[in-house]
Write a protein that binds this ligand. Structure first.
Ligand code: AMP
Ligand code: MG
Length: 478
């Protein structure tokens, strides 16, 4: 029996040159690692049915569910600033879309499901490590309250994939409000395909920005979401690592968990990605890169905007709005991170000074902010005297902020997570899983589902890596 899912596939109804219809490639011996029961329920799907042999066959790409119209999307993109005119789902297949119990339409996509016409020299596959990394980190991101693609399931394929040696193959089932990227717009703009650009824009407006007025309104709305997203990333020390335009989601979700990392000790220009040689996507460059990406989105809709000079003016203004939008979002979150309900002109400088002292004192980003609502923050710093100088000014500022200590602490603890997916724990989790032990994978999912709760039983997971455990680089070899 084939599983039936309540698909309604709006992308498949777009002009056929916007994708390639094809089914996933079967794998030899699928076995389930995990179904995300909470997400299944949100999508209106039966988790038990997904975990059944018929369900696992669909999640591995060995069967096509009833109602599914499998396809690979085409897109282009600037990768590290260089133009790649032809990218696309090279190892992913969109199974279809479902409308969840919250009324939101979402894509269900397999990642690692075999070659497509967009695979270039790739094998169309994924290995267990990156699949579990994306599962844990994207779900952690969601629990942190940051817009992101999510993970519905992970399966082993029974196949071997070759990366730095033989690795167990796996497939991730990814869920997103769509998989439309800045690079999707760029692909059609580069070809002067006005009809496809118009259809894509209408689709994105209907799906993500129903209140937006035409392409300009869509670009403005996408810019506002991107500004908020990057501020949220920065507020938890997240470095995306590969902010290419094909990884720039038009609805402002975090997408692509390749070489990403959460910082431990705070360094403003921290880079983890082994391929980001010149630090293009360093922690503190992320807002600037988002502007660059949004400029590409804006440029892409120019051909469908009528009077060219007026359109250039309006789109330029929309892009130029980014820095102020970002700064407002950043200040709003960082004010809460240090417990301020009121607004004073010098708050930005006060926050900036804290970050500077943290950087000099190699303070752990997560633990420092979490400790700031208690008595022990100074223990996070190597330069405790410098912290004391800052803290004296901070306490003067708090005295002018009308809040009870309990309310302030609640405000701070709601934006300063106790738990983030620390890189060495992810590495340990992958190492164990390759040996067949998924205990740490389960533990990380459990504790990261409640990142703002203290959960004393998991206290060890709040510790930064020791010198021998530290992960200094993350790899795109996914
Ligand atoms: P990413 O680095 O994951 O953002 O992927 C960039 C481009 O390379 C996209 O078009 C992917 O579909 C493609 N790609 C990445 N890995 C593979 C692979 N193993 N097989 C085929 N295509 C891939
Ligand atoms: Mg990508």
């Amino acid at each position: 029996m084939t599983l039936s899912l309540p698909f309604d596939n709006s992308y498949a109804r777009l002009p056929s040159r916007m994708f390639t219809a094809l089914a996933p490639t079967p794998v030899p011996a699928p076995s389930l690692i995990k179904v995300n029961a909470g997400l299944a329920a949100l999508l209106g799907l039966d988790a038990a049915a997904l975990a059944s042999p018929e369900g696992v066959a669909v999640l591995a790409g060995n069967a096509v569910a009833e109602g599914s119209q499998p396809l690979a999307q085409v897109y282009a993109g600037h990768q590290f600033g260089g133009w790649s005119p032809q990218l696309g789902d090279g190892r992913a297949i969109l199974l279809g879309e479902v409308v969840g119990t919250d009324g939101i339409r979402r894509d269900i996509q397999l990642k690692g499901s075999g070659p497509t016409p967009y695979s270039r020299s790739g094998d169309g596959r994924a290995w267990l490590g990156p699949v579990l990394r994306e599962y844990v980190v994207s779900e952690a991101m969601h629990a942190l309250g940051i817009p992101t693609t999510r993970a519905l399931a992970a399966v082993l394929t029974g196949d071997t994939v070759y990366r730095e040696g033989p690795k167990p193959g796996a497939v991730l089932t990814r869920v997103a409000q769509s998989h439309i990227r800045t690079g999707t717009f760029q692909y059609f703009a580069a070809r002067g395909d006005v009809a496809a650009l118009t259809a894509l824009t209408d689709h994105v407006i209907a799906r993500h920005y129903p209140d937006a007025d035409g392409p300009l309104g869509m670009v403005q709305a996408a810019i506002a979401r991107q500004a908020r997203l990057i501020a949220q990333w920065m507020s938890v020390g997240f470095i995306h690592g590969v902010m290419n335009t094909d990884n720039s989601h038009v609805a402002g979700e975090t997408i692509d968990y390749g070489p990403c990392a959460f910082m431990e000790a705070y360094f403003s220009n921290m880079v983890y990605s082994s391929i980001d040689q010149f630090g293009r996507y360093a922690y503190d460059k992320q807002p600037d890169i988002a502007v660059w990406n949004m400029a590409q989105l804006a440029t892409s809709v120019l051909p469908i905007m009528g009077d060219r000079d007026a359109a250039i003016d309006a789109l330029t203004q929309a892009v130029h709005a980014f820095p102020d939008l970002f700064r407002a979002e950043w200040l709003s979150i960082f004010r809460r991170k240090i417990g301020l309900a009121s607004v004073e002109d010098d708050d930005e400088a006060l926050i900036g000074r804290l970050l500077a002292v943290m950087e000099q004192g190699q303070a752990d980003f997560t633990n420092t902010f979490r400790a700031l609502s208690g008595p022990d923050a100074r223990d996070q710093f190597l330069n405790r005297e410098a912290f004391d100088v800052w803290a004296a000014d901070y306490h003067d500022r708090l005295a002018r902020d009308p809040q009870t200590p309990a309310a302030r602490r609640a405000m701070m603890d709601a934006v300063n997570p106790a738990f983030i997916p620390r890189n060495h724990r992810i590495e340990q989790m992958i190492g164990a899983a390759v040996q067949g032990d998924f205990t740490l994978f389960e533990t990380l999912n459990t504790l990261l589902a409640r990142p703002y709760d203290d959960q004393p039983e998991f206290a060890a997971y709040r510790n930064p890596a020791t010198a021998t455990e530290a992960v200094r680089a993350t790899f795109c070899g996914t």
